[in-house]
Design a protein around this ligand. Structure first.
Ligand SMILES: Cc1cc2nc3c(=O)[nH]c(=O)nc-3n(C[C@H](O)[C@H](O)[C@H](O)COP(=O)(O)OP(=O)(O)OC[C@H]3O[C@@H](n4cnc5c(N)ncnc54)[C@H](O)[C@@H]3O)c2cc1C
Length: 485
């Protein structure tokens, strides 16, 4: 009789286009699917990610059950649990999707070594990315550090093939130990902590079915005009696929395939696929530069003269900086677990430039509050904004939050939605209410400094201070740096 295969789910919580599942099925025996809430993982889950995981596992469990297999959910040290399980069931193959996160790579190495002692091995399959990072290098043999040549090479290397369909039946093996109910892990907010996730269910449906529905709806309604709508935070112009992609409820290959099957061509589809490649680029960067979440990729930034200030950080986190577009973004983040990409860039820029707060503080807050918190994309983007990434926005380009607001939220709809104190401020002043005449503020029922803060950092002074700090690390003074917008 064929030995059962162990299928270790991690960040690939789906049944379709899952090469690890496919390989486990190909062995021809029973399959034991397992998910381990790894208490020894070096980076714990953020709060919003924990919320997502609870619901995504519930969905995966039900989908597996329907096909004949029960998901074994366990909590503990995966380095010990996987080899133990493999021995207990007398496993044939042990399959998982390859992860790029450095802590997960170290963990896989340890699991692999432990399995080797049993004469077994951990088989890792391409799952999170289109192309494995170790398979893509420049002509000179080094990893790509700049997006454009990376994207070009990735497209040349990518082999389109239809995604693997979800199996109709999965012959489940009897678990050798009792599962721990996911509910017992307390991944959801619970008293006495207020339910900060209460608005999430209206916005999100974690799990593979939710992911595929979202992909289908976006291809149908959003893809064609994605290029012109994606930068406007006041409308639903992007796909909102990021948390689904992070947890692997849908694979990047499925997304690429759906776009090509849709026959939507032109700028919309082109720009959208480029964004998926930004994700891919971040994963490749993390693979080659595993220090990325902790250390600046440009070494000169190790001595950046940050000015940590708890009050400023709190004002930013709570959406009370006095810059309407920034506060709208931070409040959208808190209430929905997501923030529009354009606004992520603006809030990040304000934190690291005008406020001179270390980018790690922003990265950590995003890690805790984003449902799509992703080690690679988060760190790569924070480094990009802070100017210390390999392919970074030049540090001297300092976003002007007023101009950005006027350009991308011209009527102020986005600000009004998330910052109700400003609901009655006319569009002309909504991105800079402190410049509005008293009569306008009085008519809008707004007492600045009481109902809504004045800017916590003056734009011009903040900008000058940031440029001076930049000159300190690079040795170059840069007076000509322009505001973007
Ligand atoms: C400071 C900062 C931090 C960020 N942190 C994260 C994070 O933790 N997790 C995360 O998934 N994205 C992160 N992003 C990237 C981007 O903001 C989100 O991926 C995007 O807003 C998700 O919305 P969407 O799915 O509607 O994107 P769409 O515009 O529909 O794009 C499609 C997909 O492409 C990928 N993508 C798009 N833009 C980027 C990008 N700049 N970098 C990497 N991948 C991208 C995402 O997987 C996204 O789902 C961050 C951006 C900034 C500026």
């Amino acid at each position: 009789m064929t030995a059962p295969a162990l299928l270790w789910f991690r960040q690939d919580l789906r049944l379709a286009d899952n090469p690890a599942l496919h390989a486990a099925l190909a062995e021809g025996g029973e399959i034991l699917p397992v998910f381990i809430h790894d208490t020894a993982a070096e980076r714990g889950l953020g709060g919003a990610s924990a919320w997502w995981l609870h619901h995504s596992l519930t969905a995966l469990s039900a989908a597996l059950e329907k096909r004949g297999a029960a998901l074994l959910t366990l909590r503990g040290d995966a380095k010990a649990l996987i080899p133990e399980l493999a021995a207990k069931i007398g496993a044939g193959g042990i399959h998982a999707g390859r992860m790029v996160e450095p802590w997960a790579r170290r963990r896989d190495e340890a699991v692999h070594k432990a399995l080797e002692k049993q004469g077994r091995k951990l088989e890792l399959h391409t799952s999170q990315v289109l192309i494995e990072p170790h398979r893509l290098r420049s002509g000179a043999g080094s990893p790509y550090a700049v997006y454009t040549p990376f994207a070009k090479a990735a497209m040349e290397r990518y082999e389109p093939r239809p995604p693997i369909p979800a199996p109709g039946k999965i012959p489940g093996a009897t678990p050798p130990v009792k599962p721990e109910p996911v509910a017992s892990w307390h991944l959801l907010p619970r008293a006495p902590v207020p339910d900060w996730a209460k608005e999430f269910p209206a916005r999100w449906t974690p799990g593979e079915a939710g992911a595929l529905k979202k992909l289908g709806a976006f291809i149908e309604d959003g893809l064609k005009n994605y290029d012109s709508r994606r930068d406007l935070p006041g409308i639903d112009g992007s796909s909102s696929l990021s948390p689904h992609l992070h947890w692997g409820e849908v694979s990047p290959r499925q997304v690429f395939h759906a776009v090509s099957e849709s026959k939507v061509t032109g700028k919309g589809a082109e720009v959208f696929l480029k964004e998926i490649l930004w994700r891919e680029f971040s994963y490749h960067l993390l693979w080659h530069r595993p220090e990325m979440p902790e250390k600046p990729l440009r070494h000169e930034y190790s001595h950046f003269p940050w000015k940590p200030d708890a009050a400023l950080l709190t004002a930013w986190q709570q959406g009370r900086t006095g810059y309407p577009i920034v506060d709208a973004g931070m409040r959208q983040l808190w209430r929905t677990g997501w923030m529009h990409n354009r606004v992520r860039m603006i809030v990040a820029s304000l934190l690291v430039k005008h406020m001179l707060q270390p980018w790690h503080q922003g990265e950590a807050w995003f890690w805790d509050t984003l449902v799509d918190a992703d080690l690679a994309s988060n760190a790569a983007n924070w480094q990009w904004v802070a100017g210390c990434g390999t392919d970074a926005a030049p540090y001297f380009r300092i976003f002007n939050p007023m101009l950005q607001g006027e350009k991308f939220d011209p009527d102020g709809d986005y600000v009004r939605r998330w910052v109700p104190e400003l609901a009655k401020v006319p569009a002309k002043w909504i991105h800079k209410p402190w410049e509005a005449p008293d009569i306008v503020l009085a008519q809008a029922g707004l007492r600045l400094g009481r109902d809504y803060p004045l800017p916590v950092v003056d734009h011009a002074k903040g900008r000058a201070r940031a440029l001076a700090a930049l000159a300190e690390v690079t040795g170059k003074s840069r007076q000509g740096g322009g505001d973007e917008g």
